[in-house]
Ligand binder design. Structure first.
Ligand code: 5GP
Ligand code: ZN
Length: 113
Protein backbone atom coordinates (compact mmCIF):
# COMPACT_ATOMS: atom_id res chain seq x y z
CA UNK A 1 0.00 0.00 0.00
CA UNK A 2 1.49 3.29 -1.10
CA UNK A 3 0.41 5.29 1.96
CA UNK A 4 1.43 2.69 4.56
CA UNK A 5 4.31 3.71 6.84
CA UNK A 6 5.69 0.19 7.18
CA UNK A 7 5.42 -0.54 3.44
CA UNK A 8 7.52 2.61 2.96
CA UNK A 9 10.06 1.33 5.50
CA UNK A 10 10.27 -2.01 3.62
CA UNK A 11 10.90 -0.14 0.36
CA UNK A 12 13.57 2.03 2.02
CA UNK A 13 11.57 5.21 1.39
CA UNK A 14 11.68 5.87 5.15
CA UNK A 15 14.93 5.05 6.96
CA UNK A 16 15.00 2.38 9.67
CA UNK A 17 17.53 0.53 11.78
CA UNK A 18 17.53 -2.95 10.22
CA UNK A 19 17.78 -6.00 12.46
CA UNK A 20 17.08 -8.72 9.87
CA UNK A 21 15.65 -9.15 6.38
CA UNK A 22 14.72 -12.00 4.07
CA UNK A 23 12.33 -12.42 1.14
CA UNK A 24 9.26 -12.63 3.40
CA UNK A 25 9.87 -10.31 6.33
CA UNK A 26 11.74 -7.29 7.64
CA UNK A 27 12.80 -6.59 11.23
CA UNK A 28 13.87 -3.19 12.54
CA UNK A 29 14.34 -1.40 15.84
CA UNK A 30 11.31 0.39 17.23
CA UNK A 31 11.72 4.18 17.12
CA UNK A 32 10.34 4.42 20.68
CA UNK A 33 11.75 1.39 22.52
CA UNK A 34 9.84 0.09 25.53
CA UNK A 35 12.62 -2.29 26.62
CA UNK A 36 16.43 -2.45 26.21
CA UNK A 37 15.81 -4.61 23.14
CA UNK A 38 12.67 -3.72 21.16
CA UNK A 39 12.33 -4.50 17.50
CA UNK A 40 9.39 -5.03 15.15
CA UNK A 41 9.00 -7.87 12.66
CA UNK A 42 6.71 -7.25 9.69
CA UNK A 43 5.72 -9.23 6.60
CA UNK A 44 6.75 -7.85 3.22
CA UNK A 45 3.16 -8.35 2.08
CA UNK A 46 0.77 -5.70 3.39
CA UNK A 47 -1.58 -7.36 5.90
CA UNK A 48 -3.41 -4.70 7.88
CA UNK A 49 -3.84 -6.54 11.19
CA UNK A 50 -4.10 -9.93 12.89
CA UNK A 51 -7.80 -9.84 12.05
CA UNK A 52 -6.85 -10.17 8.37
CA UNK A 53 -4.85 -13.41 8.68
CA UNK A 54 -6.18 -16.09 6.33
CA UNK A 55 -5.20 -19.55 5.10
CA UNK A 56 -3.52 -17.80 2.14
CA UNK A 57 -1.32 -15.38 4.09
CA UNK A 58 -0.74 -17.16 7.44
CA UNK A 59 2.56 -18.52 6.10
CA UNK A 60 3.97 -15.04 6.76
CA UNK A 61 3.02 -15.33 10.43
CA UNK A 62 4.54 -18.77 10.90
CA UNK A 63 7.67 -17.63 9.10
CA UNK A 64 7.91 -14.53 11.31
CA UNK A 65 7.78 -16.69 14.44
CA UNK A 66 10.58 -18.87 13.07
CA UNK A 67 12.62 -15.71 12.51
CA UNK A 68 11.86 -14.44 16.02
CA UNK A 69 13.15 -17.70 17.54
CA UNK A 70 16.30 -17.49 15.42
CA UNK A 71 16.96 -13.84 16.33
CA UNK A 72 16.29 -14.52 20.03
CA UNK A 73 18.91 -17.28 19.98
CA UNK A 74 21.41 -15.18 18.02
CA UNK A 75 20.96 -12.20 20.34
CA UNK A 76 21.23 -14.33 23.50
CA UNK A 77 17.76 -13.45 24.76
CA UNK A 78 17.97 -16.42 27.12
CA UNK A 79 16.20 -14.74 30.06
CA UNK A 80 13.03 -14.60 28.00
CA UNK A 81 11.33 -12.17 25.71
CA UNK A 82 7.86 -10.87 24.99
CA UNK A 83 6.12 -10.92 21.60
CA UNK A 84 3.20 -8.50 21.27
CA UNK A 85 0.69 -7.92 18.53
CA UNK A 86 -1.81 -5.10 18.98
CA UNK A 87 -4.88 -5.63 16.79
CA UNK A 88 -7.31 -2.77 16.38
CA UNK A 89 -7.64 0.68 17.91
CA UNK A 90 -8.70 -0.36 21.42
CA UNK A 91 -5.78 -2.77 21.64
CA UNK A 92 -3.40 0.08 20.82
CA UNK A 93 -2.63 -0.61 17.16
CA UNK A 94 -1.37 2.63 15.64
CA UNK A 95 0.22 1.35 12.40
CA UNK A 96 -2.12 -0.67 10.20
CA UNK A 97 0.43 -3.08 8.75
CA UNK A 98 0.64 -6.17 10.96
CA UNK A 99 3.72 -6.15 13.17
CA UNK A 100 5.07 -8.20 16.03
CA UNK A 101 6.89 -6.35 18.79
CA UNK A 102 9.79 -8.35 20.23
CA UNK A 103 11.03 -7.02 23.56
CA UNK A 104 13.60 -8.22 26.06
CA UNK A 105 16.16 -7.07 28.57
CA UNK A 106 13.84 -6.30 31.46
CA UNK A 107 11.10 -8.00 33.49
CA UNK A 108 7.54 -7.68 32.18
CA UNK A 109 4.34 -7.61 34.16
CA UNK A 110 1.20 -9.54 33.31
CA UNK A 111 -1.52 -8.90 32.35
CA UNK A 112 -0.28 -6.10 30.13
CA UNK A 113 -2.16 -2.86 30.80
P1 5GP B 1 1.49 -0.38 17.56
O1 5GP B 1 1.17 0.73 18.52
O2 5GP B 1 0.75 -0.20 16.24
O3 5GP B 1 1.36 -1.76 18.12
O4 5GP B 1 3.03 -0.25 17.26
C1 5GP B 1 3.57 0.64 16.33
C2 5GP B 1 5.01 0.82 16.70
O5 5GP B 1 5.68 1.41 15.60
C3 5GP B 1 5.24 1.71 17.91
O6 5GP B 1 5.94 0.98 18.93
C4 5GP B 1 6.06 2.87 17.36
O7 5GP B 1 7.05 3.32 18.25
C5 5GP B 1 6.66 2.29 16.10
N1 5GP B 1 6.88 3.26 15.06
C6 5GP B 1 6.00 4.19 14.61
N2 5GP B 1 6.56 4.90 13.60
C7 5GP B 1 7.81 4.39 13.41
C8 5GP B 1 8.88 4.72 12.52
O8 5GP B 1 8.79 5.62 11.68
N3 5GP B 1 10.02 3.99 12.63
C9 5GP B 1 10.15 2.98 13.55
N4 5GP B 1 11.32 2.33 13.58
N5 5GP B 1 9.16 2.65 14.41
C10 5GP B 1 8.02 3.35 14.33
ZN1 ZN C 1 1.88 -1.85 4.63
Amino acid sequence: MSDCLFCKIIKGEIPSSKVYEDDMCYAFNDISPQAPTHFLVIPKEHISSAAEITAENSVYVSHIFEVIAKLAAEKGMTDGFRVVNNCGESAGQTVHHIHFHVMSGRAFTWPAG
